[in-house]
Design a protein around this ligand. Structure first.
Ligand SMILES: NC(=O)c1ccc[n+]([C@@H]2O[C@H](COP(=O)([O-])OP(=O)(O)OC[C@H]3O[C@@H](n4cnc5c(N)ncnc54)[C@H](OP(=O)(O)O)[C@@H]3O)[C@@H](O)[C@H]2O)c1
Length: 353
């Protein structure tokens, strides 16, 4: 890349915003030119306004940057990474797309839009071409592309590898979701210590996990997505883990594998499509298969492949469906900021910026 592409982060002070700041430090293609947050933070230096909660230090490049309001006048960048909550994103993201920016969003506001890519490049890179339809429909030069809910992320990557070979018919999934998924400061310690909360957010999480994989595993057909014909049942739970969402999953196939070894091989040999394989944030490997009886574990395995790999273990026969396994994915890296940056890299690589 001859000169870096100017990018901005909306919601830069929050849980996902901080991951963006960290992952964009020395990015080979992108340069952060603006940081935006709420009126409470605007006007302050980033280091003053932010309670930094990552275990790597705050990068020097952001410390003295002054936070601006999240308006199209104050934020001018080719790519706008959005770490805004849904209600705020719903209003602001189209304004940026209209002003010509490519909005890479973590919010759920537009994930169901018929002309909005819901993207995991290692799963459905070709869906990025929906932005052409979106630009035509909305008559804007920018675009909105979204990444899925952080629990759908690892689950969908695992299902894609299996679906290509065995045809996924039914999925039963139980999540154990980390605290950072609730943002900062998130859930009160009095609520989560010594506890599991069998409901994530204000509800709606299970519907997302049951629907979003069907869009990503669906086929792009005449500028629209035909949803994959897969039945899902999901339970979502909040647990006292800092980072890393675990999903215990059982699957039924149309052509069940003859043995577990074939499943392990199918998972570990899964590759991203060619256009998404060699980007700066491409996960290496896409899927890491653990064969120990007690892995994956969030604390030990969430940073596999710099937090971009999906880790799968405990693959075994299921006595009701065909097989069962455990999936782990870093929720603020692969499931949020790292995923958005990967999406933006794909957009650039496909000449769609
Ligand atoms: N955490 C995860 O693992 C995860 C994973 C996938 C997707 N997501 C999604 O990512 C988004 C951000 O989540 P989060 O966990 O990072 O939330 P968070 O920690 O609560 O951060 C929210 C950010 O939005 C800013 N903000 C609030 N109101 C605003 C406004 N009116 N205008 C501009 N900025 C405003 C806040 O700024 P102030 O500091 O100034 O208030 C803060 O920077 C959500 O849509 C969430 O669902 C999160």
């Amino acid at each position: 890349m001859s000169s870096p592409i100017p990018v901005a982060v909306l919601g830069a002070t929050g849980s996902v915003g901080q991951r963006f700041i960290s992952l964009l430090d020395n990015h080979p293609w992108f340069k952060v030119v603006a940081l935006a947050a709420s009126d409470k933070s605007a006007g302050q230096k980033y280091s003053q306004a932010t309670r930094w909660v990552l275990d790597s230090p705050m990068p020097d490049y952001v410390k003295d940057m002054v936070i601006v309001p999240a308006t199209t006048e104050a934020v001018q960048a080719k790519i706008v990474f959005s770490a805004l909550h849904n209600e705020v994103a719903k209003d602001l993201e189209p304004q940026f797309a209209k002003a010509g920016s490519a909005v890479c969003s973590n919010a759920s506001s537009y994930r169901r839009g018929e002309d909005v890519p819901l993207l995991l490049p290692e799963v459905n890179a070709n869906h990025i071409h929906l932005v052409k339809e979106q630009r035509k429909n909305k008559n804007w030069s920018g675009c909105i592309i979204t990444n899925p809910n952080c629990t759908s992320t690892g689950l969908t990557i695992a299902l894609k590898a299996l679906d290509d070979t065995f045809g996924v018919k039914k999925v039963f999934a139980v999540s154990l979701q980390a605290l950072s998924g609730a943002g900062y400061p998130g859930i009160s310690s009095m609520d989560i210590m010594d506890n599991i909360i069998p409901n994530v957010g204000n509800g709606g999480e299970e519907e997302k996990v049951e629907w979003e994989p069907r869009k990503m595993l669906g086929k792009l057909n005449n500028n629209q997505i035909d949803l994959a014909d897969i039945k899902f049942s999901a339970h979502t739970n909040r647990v006292a883990v800092l980072d890393g969402h675990t999903v215990c999953t059982s699957v039924e196939f149309s052509s069940p594998p003859s043995d577990i070894q074939t499943v392990l091989q199918t998972l570990s040999s899964y590759q991203a499509p060619a256009e998404a394989k060699e980007l700066p944030s491409s996960p290496q490997p896409v899927i890491s298969v653990r064969e120990e009886a007690d892995r994956p574990q969030p604390r030990l395995d969430r940073l596999t492949g710099k937090g971009m790999s999906t880790v799968i273990g405990r693959v075994r026969k299921d006595s009701i469906l065909d097989i069962k396994f455990v999936v782990l994915s870093h929720n603020t890296i692969r499931g949020a900021a790292g995923g958005s940056i990967y999406n933006a890299e794909l957009l650039v690589n496909e000449g769609l910026l």
